[in-house]
Design a protein around this ligand. Sequence first.
Ligand code: AFD
Ligand code: MN
Ligand code: MN
Length: 431
Amino acid sequence: MSERHVPLAADTGFIQEQNRPRMADMTDDYDELGHRLSRRGIEIEKITAAVGAFGVAIPTWGVGTGGTRFARFPGPGEPRDIFDKLADCGVIQALTRATPTVSPHFPWDDTGDIAAVREAGAHNGLGFDAVNSNTFQDSPGQKLSYKFGSLSHTDPAVRAQAVAHNLRCVELAVGLGSTALTVWIGDGANFPGQQHAARAFERYIASMTEIVGAVPDGFRVFLEHKMYEPAFYATVIQDWGSSLLAAQELGPKASCLVDLGHHAPNVNVEMVVARLIHVGKLAGFHFNDSRYGDDDLDAGAIDPHRLFLVFNELVDAADRIAPAYMLDQSHNVTDPIESLMTSAIEVQRAYAQALLVDRIALAGFQDANDAMLASQTLRRAYTTDVGPILAVARSRHGGAIEPVAAYRASGYRGRVAAERPARAGGGGGIV
Ligand code: AFD
Ligand code: MN
Ligand code: MN
């Protein structure tokens, strides 16, 4: 394996050295928080253990610089291929210990040698989570165009091509040791009347039936809905209702994936989560943040309270569900590694806060219709500074107490900038 595949991650001595001057303060803060939590009947060690076991997947496309439909401003040392992406993901995992898996996208990450990709993952301390198919753009060598749709296209030959691509993704997933495929399509219409709404949905179901019918036992298919973009009038799988209808028709191997940014403005996403849990169809969640639409900003950057409320539902149902968690963001003005580390920690933070909710007290206040104390019970958990728990969980697993500071001190970006020549500015980058 070439020089460029040697991860900073392997250098745990460096991380320890970075942690040393921060250790005493962290321990003080942790002990103090432990005392305060014990007065509330919470054992801090239990929370720390749960946080340490929590993981959120990194999307391979997230380590490249994103862009908008106006422009993309590439950063230094952008990954050139899946092997570079895995090296970057390895750094994120080494420093945060919160991102043990990677979610690849095909054909973007297809090298023709899936065993080599799996090996490079292991070399960087990473496993593989759900694999993503791409039928929302035309790829080199592709025979038929997806301009007017893929799995729901009016032409059966285009649908067959899109089905075949998804089946290839399943094969690649199996080769990577992944057990899930996420299907998000760009299919839809830009004009009223452009597409027959019901027939397009039926064609999607027929195509998905072929895909779901062909996956091996134990393999799962996640349906990801999105309200608009690239289709601006209507999309075929536009909301959680369409997604759930499809998942129910497709049977037990199919379930829904919720992306925090893929809803109409003001939709109460935690309620969507609760309903999908109720029907046993919530299988995945994509984290990001937004102010206006599908902005793909860093998780927790705009509305950390919403993130907490989503986790409040997920933690409440933790005995029934084990969703696949992934960050799905576009980093346009930051170093993607720094954004992904920070976001993974924000997701972990919301999880830790949700673990602090006194669920017995909450249920009592709910049953007594005590709106004030019920809401204060949630607020008490949300306003607790769980930072020391996150730092201790990270450092106990070999990660950095201050991941961004350690990353900057490592000089990683400068090193990869020297060995990865800059790419031309073109290319989408919209996620
Ligand atoms: C999309 C969706 C979906 C997809 C990704 C690819 O969120 O997860 O795989 O971005 O760019 O907006
Ligand atoms: Mn997504
Ligand atoms: Mn999106």
